[in-house]
Design a protein around this ligand. Structure first.
Ligand code: FAD
Ligand code: DLZ
Ligand code: SF4
Length: 518
């Protein structure tokens, strides 16, 4: 009998080309997929997120079997399901008697710690392979970061362009510039009607999962009704085609725009498929690049899209592994206020916040500027405790895995890492939201009113934030002029800002415990 290899595949490793499946004869392997309570409960994920992962796992298992692999699939309700990855690996070892385990490193630190214990626990060889679905390995990033005073994404990104050859013209960048972001900040046009994003009608497998989630996770945040995520590689491919053909051309220009009730705009909505492994990130970039070369999309859009993937996505992942486990505890601004209840209920008169929470609840999605400049910005300037904000973001988005959620929330949105990732905090008053959206016109608050009754809360909160962190920020070249503006205000005006913010902060109702974690 040839030696048998057990190949566990985690819920975000649903890729035929994944390293653990390469170089092992199908006849000598058992592939193990596990639905386990520990993963569904470590935070109380949005219902759509659990449904997406289970459905994609079940479809992937079926595709592996069709491809000739021997698959052992453990369902959530299977008798004897131990409820944890480690417990299920242990049971699978008893069932199959493998001589070794071959697995790809997980996305999350928490799971890596579990995995590190498997060899000793099971008395078996466990090969933990690098996840080569990323361009930059964890070690490569560490080397890049070593000795640098500032870890600037733009510098990292140029290295990734050179390494992949994407949008290169010889040794230089296509079009002569590395970055066309200056062309990517158009305010929304009130007649903007972007093409609709394809939604995939649930098939029998997905319907079964939706029924299971509706019953077993009934008290988790979020609606299931709008579920239409791609759950197979073929559907994800169709979604990518639709994006490249219909929305990529507008992606750059309207990247930072927000429109009430228009949840997708020109965004790709590919993050769930990329993060689960249904799409290859470099293939997405190559297809976008081809659209540029065929004249179907302008350079600013294509470069912007490629920068998000080989720039931001790779950089964020590198930062996660560089900064963990300290990043989870980071709180450089000593923010201690509890998360307000309206993050869960959407019940607030702030029209921008209410719309972002609505989209989050019904779609398990909000686009980048909604996450950063509305939901994140509010938490930053109101001084909400990072760990509570991080839990919220990890729960509510279908694309949220800690490796990508945590650096985006703690470091980019909340400046909790003291600027290791973002040299200045993304703090903004209502003016920014008004410029980039159509939210303010019909809001109960008045965006042009600076303080006092009826003033947009973002206005006094912004100055309250800048004032209370003056010692940290006034030496920062990129923000010092803010303090020059503050100093030119009369003492009465300054006090009016601070009082107005304090009055507003006192109205915030903390969320009841138990929304995010049991
Ligand atoms: P598009 O706007 O179409 O962008 C294309 C792709 O670029 C995305 O699919 C994604 O793969 C990648 N990308 C873009 N920006 C980032 C970024 N900052 N970090 C990593 N990848 C990026 N993204 C997640 O995948 N999971 C998260 O949990 C997550 N949490 C976030 C929390 C905050 C506070 C912020 C500010 C951003 C967060 N992001 C997260 C990044 C980004 O908002 C989402 O990737 C994006 O909104 C997904 O929608 P899309 O596919 O339409 O993206
Ligand atoms: C997020 C998630 C959930 C909700 N459930 C499962 C599961 O039951 N089985 C599984 O393999 N993966 C699940 N996941 C994704 C894992 O949490 C993810 O693979 C790790 O976070 C990566 O380190
Ligand atoms: Fe948001 Fe202020 Fe505009 Fe209202 S006025 S939508 S609270 S930015």
């Amino acid at each position: 009998m040839p030696a048998l290899t057990l190949i566990p595949i985690l819920g975000d490793q649903l890729t035929f080309g994944i390293a653990s499946l390469q170089g092992v004869p199908k006849t000598d392997a058992v592939v193990l997929l596990m639905e386990v309570h520990e993963e569904t409960k470590y935070v109380r994920h949005h219902k759509q997120k659990i449904a997406l992962i289970f459905s994609a796992m079940r479809h992937f298992a079926a595709a592996l079997e069709r491809d000739g692999w021997r698959v052992d699939y453990v369902g959530l309700d299977d008798e004897h399901n131990s409820g944890s990855f480690t417990g299920e690996i242990r049971r699978a070892v008893q069932r199959h008697g493998p001589s070794r385990i071959r697995v790809v490193e997980p996305g999350e630190y928490r799971v890596r710690e579990m995995m590190n214990g498997w060899a000793a626990d099971l008395g078996l060889a466990v090969d933990i392979l690098p996840d080569d679905r990323f361009v930059c390995t964890i070690d490569d990033f560490r080397q890049w970061a070593e000795g640098r005073r500032e870890l600037v994404m733009e510098n990292f990104y140029r290295g990734m362009r050179l390494r992949t050859g994407l949008l290169m013209d010889g040794d230089g960048p296509e079009g002569g510039e590395w970055n066309y972001d200056a062309q990517n900040r158009a305010a929304p046009d009130r007649y903007l009607r972007p093409p609709t994003v394809p939604r995939f009608e649930p098939d029998a497998i997905t319907r079964e999962v939706l029924d299971l989630v509706a019953v077993r996770f009934a008290d988790h945040f979020g609606d299931l009704e709008a579920f239409g995520w791609p759950v197979t590689a073929a559907q994800a491919d169709e979604a990518l085609d639709a994006f490249i053909g219909e929305r990529l051309a507008g992606f750059g220009k309207y990247q930072d725009a927000m429109v009430h009730g228009e949840d997708d705009l020109f965004h790709s909505l590919l993050s769930t498929s990329i993060n689960l492994g249904l799409l290859d990130p470099i293939d997405c970039c190559r297809r976008a690049e081809a659209a540029y070369h065929s004249g179907d999309a302008p350079l600013n859009a294509v470069e912007g899209f490629i920068r998000q993937i080989i720039g931001w996505r790779e950089y964020i992942r590198g930062m996660y592994w560089l900064e963990m486990p300290a990043l989870r505890e980071a709180n450089a601004l000593d923010a201690r206020r509890p998360l307000p209840e309206f993050y869960w209920t959407g019940e607030t008169d702030m029209r921008c916040m209410a719309d972002c929470v609505r989209s989050t609840r019904s779609n398990a999605h909000a686009h980048h500027i909604q996450r950063l400049m509305v939901l994140g910005n509010f938490a930053l300037i109101a001084g909400i405790e990072p760990q509570q904000v991080e839990d919220w973001f990890l729960v509510v988005y279908a694309d949220a895995f800690e490796w990508v959620e945590l650096p985006n929330v703690a470091a980019m949105a909340l400046w909790a890492d003291k600027g290791r990732l973002a040299s200045k905090p993304y703090a903004a008053s209502g003016n920014y939201i008004n410029k980039m959206s159509d939210y303010c016109g019909d809001c109960r608050y008045t965006v042009s009113k600076k303080f006092g009754s009826g003033a947009c809360p973002f206005n006094p909160l912004y100055w309250h934030f800048m004032h209370r962190h003056r010692r940290l920020f006034e030496g920062n070249r990129r923000i010092s002029r803010v303090y020059a503006t503050w100093d030119r205000m009369s003492a009465d005006k300054q006090q009016a800002y601070l009082d107005s913010a304090d009055t507003f902060l006192q109205t915030l109702v903390p969320a009841a415990p138990g929304w995010a974690r049991d």
